[in-house]
Write a protein that binds this ligand. Sequence first.
Ligand code: PEP
Length: 260
Amino acid sequence: MKKPFIAGNWKMFKTVSEAVSLVQTIKAGVSHKTDCDIVVCPPFTALSAVSKTLEDSSIDLGAQNMHFESEGAFTGEVSPLMLKDVRCRYVVLGHSERRQHFKEDDALINKKVKTAVKYSLVPILCIGETLAERESRQFFEVVKKQFDESLQGLTGEDVSKIVLAYEPVWAIGTGQTATPEQAEQMHSYVRRLLNEKYGNEIASRVPILYGGSVKPDNIGQLMRKPNVDGALVGGASLKAETFTQIIVNAAEACKAEVHS
Ligand code: PEP
């Protein structure tokens, strides 16, 4: 049975006390859930406090970004060692908001992915096309370029340790979700790219998450698609009830698939 992987990206929301309160409620709501991998990605300032709150929990901690050097004169940046120090297991890399507002390109993202793997942090690597790229039917090409360039120089063993997230930019924070069919079409394409480059075993092991306006009422349909392994959730992860409901619905959809 597929075990859903649900990650919450809190973006630039939540003070330390708000973050702790949110994670305490999520923790209470999913304490019995062993049939789902759950990750929360608070802002940097809240990582330490959230980490302490998660000490007796199976929920994992992720960061939303990092620098590719382990330390140095890089004012305003946060290193992989600092993330390890607060017990982060995951780091979101290449999010479209980083690409769009901070001009991160695939070469920079590639350096970050390599560093994350080197320091045993699991990158949640985001790829996905803009609305213009979808409308001009370039979406496969765009995603292939992001895939190839962000993973350049990584071995199959390295790639077996990462998580991919297909996030069509036009669906992020817009309330407009890709249909389950559109998501599956891209996920199966990405799975094929993995297969061609790294072989079937690795291709079947790498989780491919969908991200873009995921809500409790659309997660079930998405999870029923064979190549959708979970979700990267933005807005709906900021409220404990909706995030918890997404987790519950994702796990139920996977169970129902086995029994149908
Ligand atoms: C995201 O931030 O990665 C995301 C998918 O946001 P939202 O769920 O709000 O569309």
